[in-house]
Design a protein around this ligand. Structure first.
Ligand code: NDP
Length: 293
């Protein structure tokens, strides 16, 4: 039996953060300014607080400015939109991230559309969605961008490969499929109503899974040698302990796949690293400087 290469997302992300830090230092030398990222958190969601803490820490470690805005759970949409208008106008802010999910009284779409697309480092604004879909220069959502970097490192050119994205959310599945299409893969997208998921999975040379269903894909469904990226982050109980697992059954999948990301330590660490990279990209574009490599 083959044993899959386990893709070390932590090491890859650390390397990307180092490159971002070097780029930030170079930009600071040439422009006298450092990129700034504003992170907006509304309410008390525990997981969101952990994500935001990590984003703030890694932003600072990369030598960038972090502007944190923590607002109470009962914040009105009007007040949040007023803050976003201020951040849009603030020349020291180059990236704006509003941590999702937002409390129920706030219209998430309206908030995302209020962000200046040039500062939309999450890539969720419809301008960026449309630019990506039409093959133009966009800010690309961080998790799919991280997946693409891992795939390129693993495979080089993706041209002509058969790819399946399982999950069709606006933040992962759909932009992932657009990126793969732009790389000239033959792309299918599966979701909860897909009739025969096993048959779809079996054909995929590249498999990206983002459903939030723990262990949805067993190893025996995979095409031998497939490159498997598991985006899922699920808290489950195993032998009385809470552990994190992905959407792919890792133990059986690694016996069939050619390469696979573990959970944790695979795709997850790439997301924040790509957020930092997007902030540098937004800064460079705002100043008409060449795109960072
Ligand atoms: P959503 O809940 O927004 O979307 C889930 C998608 O999976 C939907 O398209 C849904 O189909 C599909 N789906 C659900 N059940 C099945 C099934 N049984 N078979 C096939 N498809 C199914 O999730 P997200 O995209 O936001 O997140 C997905 C996972 O990725 C989560 O575990 C999340 O925690 C993780 N995640 C990790 C990130 C990271 O690594 N940094 C970042 C973002 C998310 P339908 O459209 O029909 O409803």
């Amino acid at each position: 039996p083959i044993t899959a290469r386990v893709i070390d997302g932590r090491a890859f992300a650390a390397d990307l953060r180092t490159r971002v830090r070097d780029e930030v230092a170079r930009l600071a030398d040439s422009t006298g300014q450092t990129p700034g990222l504003a992170v907006v958190l509304v309410g008390e969601d525990a997981a969101s607080h952990v994500y935001v803490r990590n984003k703030v820490r890694q932003t600072r470690e990369a030598g960038m400015q972090s502007h944190e805005h923590q607002l109470p759970a009962e914040t009105s949409q009007e007040d949040l939109l007023a803050l976003i208008a201020r951040l849009n106008a603030d020349p020291s802010v180059h990236g704006i991230l509003v941590q999702l999910p937002l409390p129920a009284q706030i219209d998430t779409h309206a908030v995302i559309q209020a962000i200046d697309p040039a500062k939309d480092v999450d890539g969720f604004h419809i301008n960026n969605v449309g630019l990506l879909g039409t093959g133009q220069k966009a800010l690309v959502p961080c998790t799919p961008l991280g997946c693409l970097m891992l795939l390129r490192a693993e495979l080089g050119s993706l041209e002509g490969r058969r790819a399946l994205v399982v999950g069709a959310s606006n933040i992962v599945g759909k932009p992932m499929a657009q990126l793969l299409l732009a790389e000239k893969c033959t792309v299918a997208i599966a979701h909860s109503r897909t009739r025969d998921l096993e048959a779809e999975v079996r054909q995929a040379e590249i498999l990206i899974v983002a459903t939030g269903v723990p262990g949805l894909i067993p190893g025996h469904w995979l095409r031998p040698g497939a490159v498997v990226l598991d985006v899922g982050i699920n808290r489950v109980e195993r032998e009385g302990k809470e552990v994190l697992v992905g959407d792919v059954d890792f133990a059986s999948a690694r016996k069939v796949a050619g390469a696979i990301t573990p959970v944790p330590g695979g795709v997850g660490p790439m997301t924040i690293a790509c957020l930092l990279a997007n902030t540098v990209t937004a800064f460079a574009r705002a100043r008409g400087l060449p795109e960072p490599a």
